[in-house]
Design a protein around this ligand. Structure first.
Ligand code: C2E
Ligand code: CA
Ligand code: CA
Ligand code: CA
Length: 278
């Protein structure tokens, strides 16, 4: 009984510490968003079957102290839960658009840059007005950008979702469904969704060259995309066997450590300088 009570105490203490940690991190995040100086964008190249550069994905990092980067996997969920995701993504949009304007100034053939978008933000009333204003401010045409949204967004208000995505497509902005296969996309509404790309989740890519089930899932997604007139990209491609399997089965584009890691702006500058003709 005594031991039981002690266990309970320890449990309570752990809970308390987690809650205050969470609170502290929320505050840290709030300050970082307010000051706007600690978020840094990295960009991961996307390539086609010939390993040519076809796109870049913007991936945010939080630099709390110089050189120490906190992963978005840690702070994006906290931003979503604590009502800060819209402010954070507005900040990210500005950072990406400023960068994009600068790249296009030097390299007119800079490929499309994709930006991850939280469903909360996509469905908010402020999203389209802010986006329009920001595109105007930085003189960014829709054809320069793409949004990556996860399937979970379609569980919310599907009608409204379709409406917003249609507006984006009307602006020539491309739309991809991120982490495809991990959510609950119903095939029935997939055919009516205004999207351009299915992005095969890394969890299926991981063993696609070594496991029958994952191989079949990947080839089925590629087939489905082709039936619907969508293109495919595989994320998390880490070795040649995965690349070869996916390419053989008709996957259009690829992203992963086998080709490039997410790179700093300086490294992307070098890449654009060496791969694009001015
Ligand atoms: P995601 O959109 O699925 O992004 C892909 C993640 O996989 C990135 O992690 C990337 O660095 C990592 N990755 C890329 N290639 C490979 C590979 O070959 N092997 C492995 N093991 N990993 C690879 P990262 O940058 O830590 O981002 C994690 C998640 O955070 C992203 O997953 C995305 O959901 C979210 N995120 C990142 N940036 C943003 C953003 O600006 N806005 C929003 N809303 N979410 C973001
Ligand atoms: Ca993504
Ligand atoms: Ca993804
Ligand atoms: Ca993923």
């Amino acid at each position: 009984k005594q031991a039981g009570r002690d266990n309970f105490k320890i449990f309570e203490l752990t809970m308390a510490r987690d809650a205050s940690d969470q609170f502290n991190f929320e505050q840290t995040l709030r300050q970082a968003i307010q000051s706007a100086h600690q978020f840094v964008m990295f960009y991961q190249p996307k390539v086609n079957q010939h390993r040519e550069l076809v796109g870049l994905e913007a991936l945010v990092r939080l630099e709390l102290s110089p050189g120490k980067f906190t992963s978005p996997a840690e702070f994006i969920p906290v931003a979503e839960e604590s009502g800060q995701i819209i402010a954070l993504e507005e900040l990210i949009l500005r950072l990406v658009f400023a960068q994009l304007a600068s790249w296009h100034h030097t390299y007119p053939l800079t490929p499309r840059v994709s930006i991850n978008l939280s469903g909360i933000h996509l469905l908010s009333d402020t999203f389209l007005p802010f986006l329009n204003q920001c595109m105007e401010e930085f003189a960014i045409p829709g054809a320069w950008i793409e949004f990556e949204v996860t399937e979970s967004v379609f569980l919310n208000d599907i009608e409204r979702c379709i409406q917003v995505l249609q507006v984006l497509q009307g602006m020539e902005i491309a739309i991809s469904i991120d982490d495809f296969g991990t959510g609950y996309s119903s095939l029935n509404y997939l055919k009516n969704l205004p999207v351009d790309v299915l992005k095969i989740d890394r969890s299926f890519v991981l063993e696609c060259a070594s496991q029958k089930e994952d191989a079949k899932i990947c080839s089925t997604i590629i087939e489905l995309a082709s039936t619907l007139g969508l293109s495919t990209i595989a994320e998390g491609v880490e070795n040649h066997a995965q690349f070869e399997f996916l390419a053989t089965h008709g996957c259009d584009n690829f992203q992963g450590y086998h080709f490039y890691r997410p790179l700093s702006v300086t490294r992307i500058d070098e890449l654009l300088a060496t791969t694009l003709e001015v």
